[in-house]
Design a protein. Structure first.
Length: 309
């Protein structure tokens, strides 16, 4: 599992989280001023969140490579990277507020190194044939634990000069390890880019699909709205047509009715075998003649002299 750094307050009986993410944070030590902490971590970034996108970074799995970090207790969210090598930089110890000792296997075996915070320069301090497992500073003396003939041995170096500078070439094994690590790191970064690209492509497709669905919904809503508007318009037109239509009352002249009755009677077939003459009274006879004249009114003609005939 992951390892995080916490500070426990004995007086208040509570603790403060300094780090809490997917990386391993080991070997914490207070700086002499007590205001900051140095530690070892296999993290690749000073924060697990990308400051540009605001999204969580994808974890780059490098558990075998550790670097040194510094963090202020006032701003535990702001981490500062001290070393950046292809090696294991572990077990930091502050000589003072400006110089930090640590172990590193960048030459193939673990030697003691010193980092100057002012110049940001790292120098090699020890140059033993065996790898240093751990160390401790007591006064001016340096105590180290090294393997000898397969056993752990403790050595005391009195009045050790921490300002000395040594150099040892990389072992052949370390050169091979570094080359393999660089190749593996390159593949991991390419894989990270590929995963990031796939993630972005997925987000892009999801966005396009959302836009397509929104477009379909808008088209359906517009279609329903148009149908509703057309239906409402037709209802209004029908209403206006009904209310605006003129009511025409047809009145029948009694004389026209009589004429129609007379015409109908004329159209009836006459039974000559049983024919009877009807007689008219003087008043009815005149009424009949007037009606006949109105129906069959002869056209007026004009003679050569211009008189109506």
């Amino acid at each position: 599992g992951k390892s995080s750094i916490l500070i426990y307050d004995f007086k208040r009986r509570n603790y403060q989280k300094i780090t809490d993410d997917q990386y391993d944070d080991l070997h914490p030590k207070f700086m002499p001023d007590g205001k900051s902490i140095i530690f070892t971590s296999n993290r690749q970034f000073t924060t697990s969140v990308d400051p540009k996108s605001g999204k969580s970074r994808l974890l780059v799995d490098t558990p075998d490579k550790f670097s040194l970090y510094w963090v202020s207790l006032k701003k535990p969210s702001e981490l500062h990277r001290i070393t950046s090598t292809l090696s294991m930089d572990i077990r930091p110890t502050a000589l003072n507020n400006n110089e930090i000792l640590f172990l590193s296997d960048q030459r193939g075996i673990f030697h003691l190194y010193k980092y100057d915070t002012r110049s940001q320069i790292t120098t090699q301090v020890t140059n033993f044939k065996q790898s240093i497992k751990d160390y401790e500073i007591v006064g001016k003396d340096l105590f180290i634990i090294m393997y000898n003939n397969g056993k752990e041995n403790i050595y005391r170096l009195k009045n050790f000069d921490f300002n000395q500078t040594n150099f040892s070439p990389k072992t052949y094994r370390q050169e091979i390890v570094d080359a393999r690590y660089i190749q593996a790191l390159k593949k991991k970064r390419e894989e990270l880019k590929r995963l990031q690209k796939l993630k972005e492509e997925k987000e892009r497709r999801e966005l396009l699909e959302k836009q397509r669905q929104d477009s379909i919904l808008r088209a359906q809503a517009d279609s329903l709205l148009k149908i509703k508007e057309d239906s409402t318009l037709n209802e209004v037109i029908d209403s206006l047509g009904t209310s605006g239509q003129d009511t025409v009352s047809t009145t029948t002249d009694p004389e026209d009715e009589d004429n129609a009755d007379f015409l109908d009677e004329e159209d009836e077939e006459i039974d000559t075998d049983n024919y009877q003459f009807d007689t008219f009274s003087k008043g009815k006879r005149q009424q009949f003649l007037d009606r006949f004249k109105n129906i069959y009114k002869p056209e007026e003609t004009v003679d050569e002299s211009g008189k109506k005939v």
